[in-house]
Ligand binder design. Structure first.
Ligand code: 5AD
Length: 344
């Protein structure tokens, strides 16, 4: 057995790696299948064969941020903007109920139209429908996060995007790395199941910094990690850059599973966008969550974070039956539970 394989095998038991080891694994593609198989075993041992489906509602594509990679950044005038009303959001949640989803993920751009008061009202209504609630609505104050938590929100997704501070500054004009870290700490402190993650393959992103990203997830003891390849979006400053690869994103994900064996890791839409079976490959390489989009056709088409987003041509009904049979075809089953992290 090669040294790297031995390191991977040990990490599958110790759940620890150093930056230099992660970097070496990320740089060597001869051990990929071994890495994916080990991550798959760790996934099975710690979180089992059930897959949690989370119904995703993209309720507004209006954003005050200027993230250079993002297709819905505020400078992008070619995007047709939309905002859903509370009633429209509740109707989508009712649909998600019919599909049997136990979690609603409310995601939007950073849109200040949704005041704390409005969010509290939406959260309480969805909570009364017996859902677990995940929010993914960006950087807010401690008090705002607390208000969401008190209203019944259970989880919060806020990707760090990159832990390389210089790259972070370059990618996120007028934003502060320190504040993003603070937000994550506040979410943890408030008792949210906290999700973070990074983009893989950003221009100027080093392999060493990706290794640091993985170690950051471990240090934060994140409850959920979402990872995806960077996909160049039209009408953004990065439109002509080279995107990230599915393979590297899968490797970062598999290593994250080795280090955080009991967390929830979605097979992300960005992965599916780069390969027709990207999600299934991810589910066989460490992932245990899928987030089907329940946003209606018209809005879904406008939530253009990046181009070619997978699932745009399927109705939520079609998607549910398609993902169910795919999941069953790889010997896994859909969970009936809420899918909280079961800390080991
Ligand atoms: N390619 C891939 N992922 C992207 N995101 C934003 N823009 C892109 C892109 N061009 C991701 C960010 C964000 C999440 C909601 O979508 O990581 O946190």
């Amino acid at each position: 057995m090669t040294d790297l394989k031995e390191i991977i095998q040990n990490a599958a038991l110790s759940h620890n790696l150093e930056n230099s080891q992660i970097t070496a694994i990320l740089k060597d593609d001869s051990i990929n299948d071994f890495l994916f198989a080990c991550a798959d075993k760790v996934r099975e041992k710690y979180v089992g064969n059930e897959i949690h489906l989370r119904g995703l509602i993209e309720f507004s594509n209006i954003c005050k941020c200027s993230c250079k990679y993002c297709g819905i950044r505020k400078e992008n005038t070619s995007v047709e903007r939309y905002r859903l009303s509370e009633n429209e959001i509740i109707l989508l949640a009712q649909k998600a109920k019919q599909y049997g989803y136990k979690t609603i993920v409310l995601q939007s751009g950073e849109d200040s139209f949704y005041s704390t008061e409005k969010m509290i009202s939406i959260i309480k209504k969805i909570k009364s429908m017996d859902f677990a609630i995940t929010l993914s609505i960006g950087e807010k104050t401690y008090d705002e996060y607390k208000a969401y938590k008190d209203a019944g929100a259970d989880r919060y997704l806020l990707r760090i995007e990159t832990t390389d501070e210089n790259l972070y500054k370059n990618m996120h004009p007028n934003m502060s790395f320190e504040n993003r870290i603070n937000c994550l700490k506040n979410l943890k402190k408030l008792g949210f199941e906290t999700g973070t993650g990074c983009l893989v393959g950003l221009p100027g992103q080093s392999i060493e910094s990706l290794a640091n990203d993985i170690l950051f997830f471990k240090e934060l003891n994140a409850d959920m990690i979402g990872l995806g390849p960077f996909i160049p979006a039209p009408d953004t400053p990065l439109k002509n850059e080279t995107g990230g690869t599915l393979t590297l994103a899968l490797k970062v994900m598999a290593l994250t599973r080795l280090l955080l064996p009991d967390i929830n890791i979605p097979a992300t839409t960005a992965m599916e966008t780069l390969a027709p079976d990207g999600r299934i490959i991810a589910l066989k390489s460490g992932a245990n969550v899928v987030m089907p989009n329940v946003t209606d056709e018209n809005c879904k088409q406008k939530y253009t974070i990046y181009p070619g987003k997978a699932g745009l041509n399927n109705t939520p009904e079609e998607y549910k039956s398609c993902i169910t049979s795919k999941i069953e075809s790889i010997g896994r089953k859909i969970s009936n539970g809420y899918g909280f992290r079961n800390k080991f």
